[in-house]
Design a binder for this molecule. Structure first.
Ligand code: F6P
Length: 306
């Protein structure tokens, strides 16, 4: 049997910056606490709402607290921005490191009570702040999937690699350097309600059905994107519509980290006109439409929606 490669060894062999390596290990270590809280904790409403007026599940609150505490104390971070916090969390001078970390601690948390897969998303910038940066300034990004198994995809701009949490609590390599095929056979049409008013989106979805693509959409962006990586092809869309032209998904916490992973795997991620990674970050709450996945398929989407 070939020897298993731990995340620790994989990062060490990649010879990335020492602090970045330890920061990634800290994040992935913390995800084990989130998973534990998920299995043992209270999944009811916490009675608070986040700045977008959405009800927070207890698990959102817990997950955010865990990541903030672990990252604040790590000595590797310059600031933290979380989808669950109204403001950027500045790190005290004595604990300050060189990486700005942005994250959605528990994306798709409304799926928790239905016992469906959910995830965490991280983008890492070597910077004091993220305002004025673009997604292209990220030095790394990570998604962690809490499903029947816990798995993660990470990139330090050197390919995309999948790791699975094993029985003794170690992330071990399962797929290295994943590449997305140019054409898709699976589609994940987010915000499908937009077909009611957006004729071009309806035609696009119809074309996928006419061409007998397979629908795979869970409503959790992390597992939906992870599906694409595991099948090595696919397309995920979340357009805007007249009431919300920029859609729902956040540039900083969701779209930019995922766009980095997808581009690193040879795929494409745009808002229909521009690369997601070229969009300047101007606010924490910035939204963007997103069309992401296999390159030719995303080009087709752009043409059909233009
Ligand atoms: O942003 C949270 C999220 O749950 C994503 O994970 C998911 O892709 C999207 O919202 C689903 O949105 P909707 O509820 O409009 O289908």
């Amino acid at each position: 049997m070939s020897e298993q490669v731990s995340l620790n060894k994989h990062l060490r062999d990649a010879k990335i910056d020492h602090d970045l390596m330890h920061l990634i290990l800290k994040i992935t270590q913390s995800s084990k606490y989130i998973h534990h809280a998920m299995q043992t904790g209270d999944l009811g409403l916490a009675g608070t709402s986040n700045m977008y007026g959405e009800d927070q599940l207890a698990l959102d609150v817990v997950s955010n607290q865990i990541f903030v505490k672990e990252l604040e104390d790590s000595n590797y971070t310059s600031c933290l921005a979380s989808e669950e916090m109204d403001e950027i969390c500045k790190i005290p001078e004595e604990k300050k490191g060189k990486y700005a970390v942005v994250f959605d601690p528990l994306d798709g948390s409304s799926l928790v009570d239905a016992n469906m897969a959910i995830g965490s998303i991280f983008g890492i910038y070597e910077a004091e702040h993220v305002m004025g940066k673009t997604g292209d300034d990220q030095v790394a990004s990570i998604i962690i999937v809490y499903g029947p198994r816990v798995s993660l995809l990470y990139t330090t701009r050197n390919g995309v690699h999948e790791f699975i949490l094993n029985a003794v609590g170690e992330f071990v390599l399962s797929k290295e350097n994943i590449k997305l095929e140019k054409d898709a056979k699976h589609f994940a049409p987010g915000n499908l309600r937009a077909v009611a008013t957006e004729e071009k989106y309806r035609k696009l979805v119809d074309s996928w059905m006419d061409e007998k693509y397979t629908l795979r959409y869970s409503g959790g962006m992390v597992p939906d994107i992870n599906h694409m990586f595991m099948k090595e092809e696919g397309v995920f869309t979340y357009p805007g519509y007249h009431e919300k032209p920029d859609g729902k998904l956040r540039l900083l916490y969701e779209c930019a980290p995922i766009a980095l992973l997808v581009e690193e795997a040879g795929g494409r991620a745009t808002n229909g006109k521009e690369r997601i990674l070229d969009l300047e970050i101007t606010s924490l709450d910035q939204r963007t439409p997103i069309f992401v996945g296999s390159e030719n398929e995303v080009i087709k989407v752009e043409k059909m929606l233009s």
